[in-house]
Design a protein around this ligand. Structure first.
Ligand code: BES
Ligand code: MN
Ligand code: ZN
Length: 459
């Protein structure tokens, strides 16, 4: 069980009362006389995020009031209780009444308890939550663990997380769950026909590699997750500006999020044959760097002209997707911090996704909403495929100034065909300013929604 939780009945927890403008009077009436008088004289306004520690008759902490938005749960920030671990003194607590979504509130409590402490130790908060009735502690713990695993990987700077270290993290996860692990490194990528992964990673002294995890009954439906593992993106010879490069340690966010989803799937033992493919590279600059207008023959056989070396993510994904597609799985889902254009369109919190499978899109949207792990469908607009035309090769890796997230998705789509379904998520993998349960820094996007969908289908 996650360390933020205490099992039911193991402690005498302090009650946390959720209050809104609609429920405050009713909650106040249930408090002891001293606590009620204290709350009244403190003039707590039951607004979202407001809180008050309540003294009992003896002056000891006897309860907590925590403000929520009034009304039902739709469209509310159901992770708001993720602020509690940062507010409460050490000790055990319980939910005295129901927040908007008890399961997500408890998850947010766990997610809000974690800090990235690799380089600077933080005082542990010490507030713990008694598992609310009806909430599955093992399930919540596996979700929280996956999310935190992804956040920590993303937050780890590139000097400590290159392609080799990313592969080590993936291997540790595979070993823990009894999965098969394979990795193809450096020039072996050429031997085994992954020319684009090799080309993008070639400039770095830290060799590129393709990570391959396989788990589960080989006869079960095949689900393949592909994650962009660019451990640092300088842009290559088409070098990024200082501002553009600043945050590019997070360019392996897709890899981190598919590993998070893989952890949830394997830990829950879903009835799937799972495969995880991560092209892990550093898009560096040296005499060995690939160049603008170089042409490479991809694994799939399509020739690709390099219009811009900063569009490296789609190149490494192209070879990984081609491999994934060779076994015609039930579903390929790829997650990638692929374009700045996705952020211009939808901002940091709402990753666009692309699929031709309408049923999958509806299921994804439903689970994304239920989990508050939002995504928004965007069109694979075929007429824009011509933006990727090349004068010398089958396709160019960039599509011009317009519709950048769509043309990136259309590029990837050229490397899939045999899979029964495919979905591409253009994620940000970062929280620019902290929100309850979501500290600023690396963020796990899409994994919880995807896991919920797979659990419904194959659980
Ligand atoms: N990793 C970046 C995309 C990115 C940038 C994601 C900032 C999140 C925040 C990607 O490799 C990239 O550089 N894309 C280019 C593509 C362009 C050259 C067609 C971009 O979006 O500018
Ligand atoms: Mn780039
Ligand atoms: Zn990139």
């Amino acid at each position: 069980m996650h360390p933020a939780f205490v099992p039911r009945g193991s402690a005498t927890p302090i009650p946390v009362w959720f209050v809104g403008t609609d429920t405050y009077a009713q909650v106040r009436a249930q408090l002891g006389a001293g606590a009620r008088r204290f709350a009244e004289s403190a003039r707590l306004e039951p607004k979202p995020g407001q809180f008050l520690l309540l003294p009992g008759e003896d002056g000891a902490l006897c309860g907590v009031l925590f403000g929520l938005e009034p009304g039902d749960k739709s469209e509310k920030d159901r992770l708001l209780p993720g602020r509690l671990p940062g507010l409460l003194p050490a000790g055990a607590y319980r939910f005295a009444n129901a927040p908007h979504d008890t399961r997500l509130a408890a998850l947010a409590f766990a997610l809000g308890s974690h800090k990235f402490t690799r380089y600077r130790k933080a005082e542990p908060g010490g507030a713990r939550l008694e598992l609310p009735d009806g909430v599955d502690g093992a399930e919540l713990s596996r979700i929280a663990e996956g999310v935190i695993f992804a956040r920590d990987l993303i937050n780890t700077p590139a000097n400590d997380l290159g392609p080799a270290e990313l592969a080590e993290a993936a291997q540790a996860l595979a070993t823990r769950h009894g999965a098969a692990f394979n990795v193809i490194v450096g020039d072996d990528l050429l031997q085994q026909n992954f020319p684009l992964i090799h080309a993008v990673g070639h400039a770095s002294p830290r060799a590129p590699r393709l990570i391959d995890i396989a788990w589960g009954d080989p006869a079960a439906p095949k689900i393949t997750l592909v994650g962009k593992g660019v451990c640092f993106d300088t842009g290559g010879l088409d070098i990024k500006s200082d501002a553009g490069m600043l945050n590019m340690k997070k360019d392996m966010g897709g890899a981190a999020c598919v590993l998070a989803a893989a952890h949830m799937i394997m830990d829950a033992k879903l009835g799937v044959r799972l495969r995880v493919l991560i092209p892990a590279v550093e898009n560096a600059i040296s005499g060995d760097a690939f160049r603008p207008l170089d042409v490479y023959k991809s694994r799939k056989g399509l020739t690709v002209e390099i219009g811009n070396t900063d569009a490296e993510g789609r190149l490494v994904l192209a070879d990984a997707l081609a491999l994934a597609d060779e076994e015609a799985p039930e579903l390929i889902a790829d997650l990638a911090t692929l374009t700045g254009a996705a952020r211009v369109a939808l901002g940091p919190e709402l990753p666009p996704f692309y699929t031709t499978d309408d049923a999958l899109a509806l299921d994804l949207a439903r689970h994304a909403r239920a989990e508050q792990d939002p995504v928004w469908r965007m069109p694979l607009w075929r007429p824009y495929e011509s933006m990727l035309d090349s004068k010398t090769a089958d396709i160019n890796n960039v599509g011009g100034p317009h519709a950048g997230s769509i043309t990136a998705a259309l590029f990837l789509n050229r490397f899939v065909g045999a899979a029964k379904a495919w979905a591409h998520f253009d994620i940000f993998a970062w929280t620019p300013s902290a929100k309850p349960g979501r500290p600023d820094g690396g963020e796990c996007q899409v994994a919880r929604a995807l896991y919920a969908l797979l659990k419904e289908r194959y659980g």
